[in-house]
Design a protein around this ligand. Structure first.
Ligand code: CA
Length: 228
């Protein structure tokens, strides 16, 4: 599934250039021109990555990054700060605000894409095409294929994303609302019990291989994917 990138930039020419590049690279681009409209997008659905201009009208990009890092829901969302400032101390302020990376304007589109890809691989594995293996399970995002102990498993798109998330975040407990944000990208318009429905389907699909046992219900908290 294509990663969604939220582009927060107030200069229309740069905004358009970034959006056009992002789409060319295969991402979904969402555009905002200030911190307030960026927050509206983020509150509706979490993007996979944010390209954030430092100098914005009103609240600055650095302030927005600090706010996102302070909020449990958004603290892990990857952020690349865009800036015309190239001094070392600016870079330090930028990274201390919680941005994961920092790129100085004018930048080469090729370099920006390389940084986006590296950050997505590191921070948003669901948007990466790399094959994931945990114990007897192997999941290939590119071909949408899952093999459990040597047997191919047929999964619907939601169960596939759910398993992909679990396999890249093993041994941690996630609440239903966290799973909605991470797997559905949306905690507002989907009911929490939807998560249970898809967990049930995923377990059923994995049952013949015995891998269903890896998906554990944690009472009162949510679910955990447990590697052996
Ligand atoms: Ca600007």
């Amino acid at each position: 599934m294509a990663a969604t990138i939220l582009i927060v930039e107030d200069e229309p020419a740069i905004q358009e250039l970034l959006a056009m590049n992002a789409r060319q690279w295969g991402y979904r681009a969402i555009q905002a021109t200030d911190a307030a409209s960026a927050m509206e997008h983020i509150n509706r659905a979490l993007p996979d990555l944010i390209l954030l201009d430092w100098m914005l009208p009103g609240s600055s990009g650095v302030e927005l990054a600090r706010g996102l890092r302070a909020d449990r829901r958004t603290r892990d969302t990857p952020i690349i700060l865009l800036t015309a400032r190239s001094e070392e101390r600016d870079k330090v302020v930028g990274l201390e605000s919680g941005a994961d990376d920092y790129i100085t304007k004018p930048f080469s589109p090729r370099e920006l894409n390389a940084r986006i890809r590296a950050l997505l691989r590191r921070r948003a594995p669901l948007a990466s095409d790399e094959v994931v293996r945990v114990d007897g399970l192997e999941l290939s995002p590119g071909t949408h294929r899952v093999v459990a102990n040597g047997e191919t498993v047929d999964l619907g798109p939601t169960e596939f994303r759910l398993l992909h998330f679990f396999m890249t975040h093993a041994d941690r407990v996630y609440s239903r609302s966290q799973l909605l944000d991470q797997v559905w990208g949306d905690h507002v318009f989907v009911e929490e019990r939807t998560v249970d429905v898809h967990i049930r389907r995923l377990r059923q699909a994995l049952e013949p291989s015995g891998c269903d046992r890896m998906i554990q219900t944690v009472r009162g908290s949510g679910y955990r994917f447990s590697s052996s």
